[in-house]
Design a protein around this ligand. Sequence first.
Ligand SMILES: NC(=O)c1ccc[n+]([C@@H]2O[C@H](COP(=O)([O-])OP(=O)(O)OC[C@H]3O[C@@H](n4cnc5c(N)ncnc54)[C@H](O)[C@@H]3O)[C@@H](O)[C@H]2O)c1
Length: 251
Amino acid sequence: MDFTNKTAISTGAASGMGLLFAENFAELGGNVVMCDVNEAVLNEKVSAINEKGKGRAIGVVCDVRDYAQVCAARDAAVDTFGSIDVMANFAGGYAVRMLNVDRSLEFPEIPIDVFDWGLDVNLKGPFYFAHAVLKQMKKQNSGLIINIGSITGVDGSPQGMDYCTAKAGIMYGLTKSIAQFGARCNVRCVCVSPGPVLTRSEMAGMKTLLGRAAEPQEIIDLVLFIASEKGQFINGENIMIDGGRSAMGRG
Ligand SMILES: NC(=O)c1ccc[n+]([C@@H]2O[C@H](COP(=O)([O-])OP(=O)(O)OC[C@H]3O[C@@H](n4cnc5c(N)ncnc54)[C@H](O)[C@@H]3O)[C@@H](O)[C@H]2O)c1
């Protein structure tokens, strides 16, 4: 794969899969615009990519819940590199975990602002970025938007109602709608929905038919394939990559 002269925006790029995607894309010659709220770690990761001397990276402190910051990230990408070829929406997570909420609390006891955060980051973030970058992609008459769903969008979760509601929304409604709009300007949209991924060790405890969780690289390899020359016919689809968890049945 070769992403020379291509530019990707990656959100949640200070850690986990958003970071790994940015590192891989740059390693393959592409430019990356790395967005995250964690400025200190973001700057460190951007420098590390630039020191390698392959694709170039810039960091943009961006809270995906804030549309003005989302537009500023889009503008930084276009001003610096001239195009946006791939928009990868990795920022997300379980609000109860990300906001350190007491795990013994049941759904109705958890303050509503926790769920506001979860819905905003996981659903509005990708929606805002779609709105912002499609303006540019339409102008270019090219582009790809990758959403990151989750097995939880299929399974449901009593403590993560925000998360599974948001993920189900982007896996189906948002991804298909963007693909339908994109048809008029040569823009594809694909959702990649992992089962458990070892960006955190506790994910090893979540069952799959293969008896293990995914290495982050296994997820990013699929994202890169979709973005590459070989993946150009994949569009409007939610692709589960979950070791067969969604095929486990009830037995
Ligand atoms: N790890 C898993 O098992 C798993 C499984 C299925 C889906 N996913 C999804 O994959 C994506 C990446 O997961 P991960 O485990 O690699 O993530 P992670 O927790 O390692 O990283 C998330 C990043 O998002 C950033 N972030 C948080 N709030 C933000 C905001 N408002 N604006 C911008 N950035 C923000 C954080 O600072 C962090 O750097 C997420 O959308 C997650 O829901 C993960």
